[in-house]
Design a protein around this ligand. Structure first.
Ligand code: ZN
Length: 587
């Protein structure tokens, strides 16, 4: 797929009199350019040595999407053979938060220093040790829903894009489920090349403190140990440099109570629906960058540019370590065995460490409108001696099966597993149609709620193990001993927060499709009551007054225990396999 794309690299156009400055630079950072400006800029970059521009597909409204690769490594797109590590930067996933678009376009310009570009720092030396790729804007339709009224909290640029796509999806909830076309285009391209480090550039709301930028670099017990180690090294080495460059920064936290500074700050866990949580499940270090919404656009842009540059520099300086750690992460996946614990979610451990919080003087005022206090901060710096909770412990875990069985008829599941690049082995023809007795998972205590999220109804449930006879349909085995086992487990184990089951892909299996009339069930119930054990159990159930008062529930009690009842009702249709079961299915 990649070699075909290389052939499609954008054709040169014009180039002589191109104005290499951006709208943000020409307006002293009052404004940012439209998407057409970013596309033209990328096309011109594509005319330079060491730059390739790849069309990756169209947005729902038909806009061209591109990835720019800046590299002196001819094998940059081949993750197993590349000679220099590749940093990939995603911008404009929330396209009102657009600092990263302008920052990475300028970063690329400084890497290639084209004729006619403004006098500025020459960063081409960074390409000696690392390669750089970026998508200027992911949510391109959202970017072109351009207005001064899009981000009421944000301090510039004057006009900007909108948070959601034309399909009204938030793409930073879409990594695991891939509902957005933009997400599909991104993952189909990027998963093939598997970069060594990822950045996702954003702008965050919330209170005003000294921090111009916050960052999240996942280090969870859900991840490969090698990925956690290398991520920690990155944080320890790069963040002090960012501070030294003049950008106050902090880990990304949920909030800070200016009225009770002693409460400190707490970091959250982000699963694979989010950018960084997703790359974490691919055994790659990653960083969420969140500049602060109340800081001026120029200051946010500067902080984004510096943090992206420092990351590229670190990636190059740590090329061999990064390569080895990423390989270890992959090998840890391939070495996964049946029965091992797979951690699916993490939670903050609550352990505190001393932390100096760099705030601004809190100066709220009384509102005539709401009657409450309205937060406000002066420019006076106030440092609080407080605590940070930045450690995580395992939440939900599962014992690894030898593999998962995914029937072909779950087409939207199979399709997404393919886009993620999860290894799937087709079941042997001879095994299809045979009857097997498997332990399967049954949904229990299901509640569907009354609202949708990202257009989906997300059920809540527990699962219990039950045995069932299964007639093996055509399908695939997803073995656990593969590079992407953590991602596969997130998607296929129903109790992870971002599984296909959790996102409502399997809601039809929560529905009962057959029922019994009272006239049919009454004689069957009479017959069943002749069994003393059944009779005793029924009498026990009758102690529940509401049950006893419901003729339908009483007859249904027998229906559910009779052979007439649907054996597939509430069964999770993706099956966990033992090694013996798996060996019967695949060559
Ligand atoms: Zn955002």
């Amino acid at each position: 797929m990649i070699s075909a794309m290389l052939g499609m690299a954008m054709v040169a156009r014009g180039g002589v009199d191109f104005d290499w400055t951006l709208t943000c630079e020409r307006t002293d950072f009052r404004a940012t350019g439209r998407y057409a400006e970013a596309l033209r800029f990328c096309e011109q970059l594509g005319l330079q040595d060491n730059v390739s521009v790849f069309p990756i597909g169209k947005s729902p409204e038909g806009r061209e999407m591109v990835v720019v690769v800046v590299s002196t490594d001819s094998d940059v797109l081949n993750f197993e053979n590349r000679k220099k590590p590749l940093l990939f930067v995603n911008n404009g996933i929330h396209s009102g938060e657009i600092d990263g678009k302008d920052a990475t376009l300028v970063l690329a310009r400084r890497l290639v220093n084209p004729d006619g570009a403004p006098e500025e720092a020459n960063w081409s030396g960074l390409l000696d040790k690392a390669s750089f790729a970026f998508i200027p804007v992911l949510s391109v339709d959202g970017h072109e829903r351009f207005s001064r009224f899009n981000r009421v909290n944000q301090n510039g640029p004057e006009e900007m894009g909108w948070r959601a796509t034309s399909e009204n999806l938030n793409l930073n909830r879409d990594f695991a489920k891939i509902d957005g076309l933009e997400m599909r285009n991104l993952l189909e391209f990027v998963n093939d090349i598997e970069p060594d480090f990822y950045i996702d550039n954003h702008v965050t709301d919330g209170g005003d403190w000294q921090y111009v930028v916050q960052w999240d670099v996942p280090r969870y017990p859900t991840m490969a140990k090698a990925t956690v180690d290398v991520s920690q090294k990155f944080v320890d080495e790069v963040m002090p440099k960012l501070t030294k460059s003049g950008f106050e920064n902090a880990p990304y936290f949920g909030g800070f109570d200016d009225r009770n500074p002693g409460r400190g700050i707490t970091l959250g866990f982000y699963g694979p629906r989010y950018s960084t949580g997703y790359w974490a499940m691919r055994n790659r270090p990653s960083m969420l960058v969140e500049t602060h919404v109340l800081k001026p656009y120029k200051e946010r842009y500067d902080a984004t540019l510096e943090l992206n540059r420092l990351t590229l520099e670190w990636v190059g300086a740590n090329a061999s370590l990064l390569r080895v750690r990423n390989q270890y992460g992959d090998v840890e996946g391939m070495a996964m065995d049946e029965g091992e614990d797979v951690v699916l979610t993490a939670r903050n451990s609550g352990k505190t460490k001393p932390y100096v919080f760099k705030g601004l003087k809190f100066d709220p005022y009384k509102s005539d409108v709401s009657g409450a206090e309205i937060p406000r901060w002066t420019r006076e710096k106030v440092n609080h001696e407080t605590v940070i909770r930045d450690e995580f412990e395992a939440g939900v875990s599962a014992k690894a099966p030898a593999g998962w069985f995914v029937p072909s008829y779950l087409r939207s599941v199979v399709d997404r597993l393919q886009v993620h690049g999860v290894q799937m082995i087709p079941v042997r023809d001879e095994a299809v149609g045979t009857t097997v007795r498997w332990t399967v998972q049954k949904f229990d205590g299901v509640s569907l709620g009354t609202s949708t999220f990202e257009g989906r109804t997300m059920p809540r449930f527990k699962v219990i193990d039950v045995e069932r006879d299964i007639v093996v349909p055509a399908g695939f085995v997803v073995p656990v001993n593969q590079r992407l086992v953590r991602l596969a487990a997130q998607l296929l184990e129903p109790t992870s927060g971002d599984s296909f089951a959790a996102w409502g892909f399997l809601n039809a299996y929560l529905e009962s499709k057959e029922y019994a009339e009272a006239y049919a069930m009454e004689p069957i119930a009479q017959e069943m009551l002749k069994d003393p054990a059944t009779k005793a159990a029924f009498e026990e159930a009758l102690k529940d007054v509401s049950f006893a008062g419901s003729p339908g529930a009483r007859l249904n009690w027998f229906y559910e225990r009779s052979p007439w009842f649907d054996q597939r009702y509430l069964i999770h249709p993706i099956y966990r396999l033992t090694g013996t079961e798996m060996a019967r299915l695949i060559p």
